[in-house]
Design a protein around this ligand. Structure first.
Ligand code: SME
Length: 161
């Protein structure tokens, strides 16, 4: 793993470009998926400021099971359709939630979380491999800017499944 570029606190978009670059670099140099997802969660948490949890839930027999992550211990199993993760999983759609307390059925793993973004990861057979879940203690932390770069992260993962 090459050394990470420094975070530029003045320029979020630059940080997100570094994030995508570092994750691509990781996948180009290693084939082990769990190792790569582990470092991807660390890279995401490093470059996305104001983030208290970043990680993966993986599809095991139609239930999401906790995968590699950075943050506090989290709930282990999420059924399809439950919470933000289960909804993104069921609908195969990105969910950007401005205020998680207003999301019906939100699962509060870390009480500090107030907003989140969840992106489905789709395999070559159009099945959901898992989801990428990122939480923030700030309301409305995730915008189109974060979504744009996290979609690129998910693309790198999908190409390497
Ligand atoms: N917030 C998620 C649950 C997972 S934890 O935040 C890590 C949800 O409602 O789906």
């Amino acid at each position: 793993m090459n050394e990470l570029n420094k975070v530029d606190i003045e320029n979020r978009e630059q940080n997100y470009k570094y994030m995508v670059y570092a994750i691509k670099d990781q996948f180009e140099n290693e084939k082990d998926l769990i190792a790569n997802l582990s470092n991807a969660s660390a890279i995401i948490k490093f470059y996305i400021d104001d983030c208290n949890w970043a990680g993966f839930y993986l599809n095991k027999e139609d239930t999401l099971v906790l995968g590699p992550f950075q943050g506090l211990p989290a709930c282990i199993r999420i059924p399809s359709g439950r919470g933000v993760c289960g909804t993104a999983f069921k609908e195969k759609k990105v969910h950007r939630v401005f205020n998680v307390h207003e999301f019906e059925g939100h699962i509060a793993c870390d009480g500090a979380s107030n907003s989140e973004i969840v992106l489905p990861i789709i395999d070559k057979n159009s099945n959901v491999f898992g989801v990428l879940d990122i939480d923030s203690p700030s309301i409305g932390r995730f915008t189109e800017l974060e979504e744009k770069y996290l979609i690129q992260v998910v693309k790198v993962i999908e190409e390497n499944l």
